[in-house]
Design a protein around this ligand. Structure first.
Ligand SMILES: [Zn+2]
Length: 52
């Protein structure tokens, strides 16, 4: 399950598999689906991650 986290009054979405944080739920869900299936990260997805 994607976890919603609030940092500095902004909400982010965290992939529970790899811990990457995204501004858009869409990307975090894609990331988590990928991580679960492949047990690795996809650069195409993680490049959309943010460092809050
Ligand atoms: Zn992930």
């Amino acid at each position: 399950m994607v976890e919603e986290v609030i940092i500095n009054n902004k909400s982010y979405f965290k992939c529970e598999e790899c811990g990457f944080v995204y501004e858009e739920r869409d990307w975090s869900e894609k990331c988590e689906a990928w991580c679960k299936e492949n047990h690795t990260c996809s650069l195409k997805i993680t490049k959309h991650s943010v460092t809050p």
